[in-house]
Write a protein that binds this ligand. Sequence first.
Ligand SMILES: CC(C)(COP(=O)(O)OP(=O)(O)OC[C@H]1O[C@@H](n2cnc3c(N)ncnc32)[C@H](O)[C@@H]1OP(=O)(O)O)[C@@H](O)C(=O)NCCC(=O)NCCS
Length: 112
Amino acid sequence: MASLEGRPVGYAILAIAAGVMSFERIGVMPDQRRRRVGTKLVAHAILLARVRMLDFMSTVLRESNVAAQQFFHDCGFRADRITDELRGWFGSEDGVLMMRPVVLPVPTSNSP
Ligand SMILES: CC(C)(COP(=O)(O)OP(=O)(O)OC[C@H]1O[C@@H](n2cnc3c(N)ncnc32)[C@H](O)[C@@H]1OP(=O)(O)O)[C@@H](O)C(=O)NCCC(=O)NCCS
């Protein structure tokens, strides 16, 4: 839960299975969006995953939820192709699986 001056402004529901931490839900109050509240919730979840020595984080989003896909992309998650398992994940709609390593590799450079 994220709060601002004592008022709840965002939340994330996490689950851990098979060594992967997943975002089951994440939400920020409409009037508090685009202020990095969601990013802070993800950053906090990454810390929890590191403490638990997990390797990966994931989420499954509605195919139509492009805004959330962009948000998770911004947080280092990448979408996988839609496999048979994800077809109809949300009833009439397919799911998009997005994952990221808990620890992202540090970019290397050949320059001195
Ligand atoms: C997705 C959600 C949690 C993002 O929370 P947020 O606090 O607004 O996100 P942030 O301010 O940390 O955004 C970080 C970056 O993500 C991207 N992003 C966030 N919202 C976006 C949107 N609506 N459209 C496009 N990109 C978006 C942007 O790159 C943004 O950086 P910028 O503001 O500098 O451009 C929020 O929009 C939300 O609650 N959505 C409704 C619930 C939902 O769809 N949850 C996911 C499924 S459970």
